[in-house]
Write a protein of this length. Structure first.
Length: 185
């Protein structure tokens, strides 16, 4: 019988969980049944590029949070990206975006802020939140350490990892003796 080393098996398990997380995000409920969620798995050289971009942002913004989170990315086996096409209208005319109607929202100039493209439809942002929750629930049920990280998403936007997304969040994944995503300094 072959011997399966724990490090190889754990690495394979994390990749499988990453894939299941994409399914969880895809099947999460969406406003009006319209799916504007985008997903990807980042590993190997792309993961290093993501961490490098976060360190560059730490220098530009003079904030250590990006550097700390870049270390978390490097200490992870994979990173799941979940984004949304948030500049698309929903059609409810709720006004939460700052415009009286969805047609006004859709006609408004879309601008890249420091991190994301806006304005964003509130219902699309809620869809993103539900997809994120569903995805991390899957990882948690399967005992894979994870944490939703804003800064990963901002770097992914700059690198155009999900080019249609107006907002992206990142979820690093790890299976170590202690979660690297908490008690961070």
């Amino acid at each position: 019988m072959p011997l399966f080393r724990s490090d190889e098996s754990e690495r394979e398990a994390i990749m499988q969980v990453s894939r299941l997380m994409l399914v969880s995000a895809r099947t999460a409920p969406k406003s009006g049944g319209v799916d504007d969620i985008l997903t990807a798995i980042v590993s190997e050289s792309e993961k290093e590029s993501l961490a490098d971009e976060m360190e560059k942002m730490a220098e530009e913004r003079k904030t250590e949070g990006f550097r700390r989170d870049a270390k978390n990315v490097r200490d992870s086996e994979t990173v799941v990206l979940i984004g949304v096409r948030g500049t698309k209208k929903y059609g409810l005319n709720c006004g939460a975006c700052g415009y009286a109607t969805c047609d006004e929202f859709e006609k408004a100039e879309k601008k890249l802020g420091l991190d994301f493209l806006g304005p964003t439809c509130l219902l699309k942002a809620l869809d993103l939140g539900i997809a994120l929750g569903s995805s991390v629930k899957t990882a948690s049920i399967l005992n894979i350490d994870n944490r939703i990280m804003y800064r990963i998403g901002t770097a992914a936007i700059r690198l155009k990892m999900l080019p249609e997304a107006s907002v992206i969040m990142g979820i690093p994944l790890s299976a170590k003796g202690k979660s690297p995503y908490f008690d961070r300094r």
